[in-house]
Design a protein around this ligand. Structure first.
Ligand code: CP
Length: 307
């Protein structure tokens, strides 16, 4: 039995196979309509979500399976003090696979240690968000045709943004990846990403605070919101929340074939006027999230690809 807790739980080869499967699903959706008949997905969400929870549910329904779960800690027995370990033992009796989002880093890892079904980390605190990363990789590969030789700008809250940490860890395994990390000083990437991931692998990267200067160099611009829920102090959030606002004027500085990704939700870091730009890929990215989660459920449940 396998879990997905960290993007590195799958090798580059396995990710390639999973993205191939997701792409086949995208183009042949009806073929997959019954491959998970009789299977159940539990969505255990201790933190708010729109895309991750609902795309997991859509994914399982598209595969012919069923879904059960809770959308907030308050509506589960966590509110009465039940531990993650006990909860997953119970969910293992009710479902075949589960996706868990939790505000505490490492909660899905703990769940995996007590689970008899595959556990998928659907976001743990400021740590990791591996299924968003699979979505991001599918989006980049579908739009550019490759996952190597790219200059990737990542802008916004690089400290608390778990999608950023997972994406960097995943992309450094491909050749010719360069990063421009754009953030205010206070929201720079955690030191473990800098030393254990970027420096250790000899990855070329710059840490800058000016988005305009970075724009012309980029093949991909990954925008992120400032993560209000992870700040200890509201004053700091208010001071930093509008550090970057991508608008049409800034887009004029970008390459004609640079794509903008965003894990969403957006607050105001991308002006709505940019949505009409053909390089704005964030809504397509959310659609890819369904296909990639369908492929992931099939992979972890060891469901064969239909003929
Ligand atoms: N991208 C993402 O995780 O969105 P949600 O918080 O809506 O799930």
């Amino acid at each position: 039995m396998r879990h997905l807790l960290n993007p590195l739980d799958f090798s580059v080869e396995e990710i390639s196979q999973l993205l191939d499967l997701a792409s086949d699903i995208e183009h042949n959706l009806p073929k997959y309509a019954h491959v998970c008949d009789g299977k159940k997905l539990a969505t255990l969400f201790y933190e708010p979500s729109t895309r991750t929870r609902l795309s997991f549910e859509a994914a399982m329904l598209n595969l012919g399976g069923s879904v059960l779960g809770f959308a907030s800690a308050d509506s589960s027995s966590a509110a009465k003090g039940e531990s993650v370990a006990d909860t997953i033992r119970i969910i293992s009796c009710y479902a075949d696979i589960c996706a868990m989002r939790h505000p505490k880093e490492g909660a899905p890892l703990v769940a995996s240690q007590f689970s008899s079904i595959p556990v998928i980390n659907a976001g743990d605190g400021g740590h990791q968000h591996p299924t968003q990363t699979l979505t991001d990789l599918m989006t980049i590969r579908s739009l550019t045709g490759r996952l190597d030789n790219l200059t990737v700008g990542i802008c916004g809250d690089l400290k608390f943004g778990r999608t950023v940490h997972s994406l960097i860890e995943a992309l450094v395994r491909y050749t010719g990846i360069r990063f421009v990390l754009i953030s205010p000083q206070e929201l720079r990437i955690p030191s473990y990403i800098r030393t254990d991931v970027l420096d250790r692998k000899g990855i070329e990267y710059q840490e800058v605070d000016n988005l305009d200067e970075a724009m012309p160099k980029l093949d991909i611009l990954y925008m992120t919101r400032v993560q209000k829920e992870r700040f200890f102090n509201e004053e700091d959030y208010i001071r930093l929340k509008d550090s970057y606002i991508l608008d049409n004027k800034k887009m004029q500085l970008a390459k004609k074939d640079m794509y903008i990704l965003h894990p969403l939700p957006r607050v105001n870091e991308i002006s709505v006027e940019v949505d009409k730009d053909p390089r704005a890929a964030y809504f397509r990215q959310a659609q890819y999230g369904v296909y990639v989660r369908m492929a992931l459920i099939m992979t972890l449940l060891e469901v064969a690809k239909p003929c």
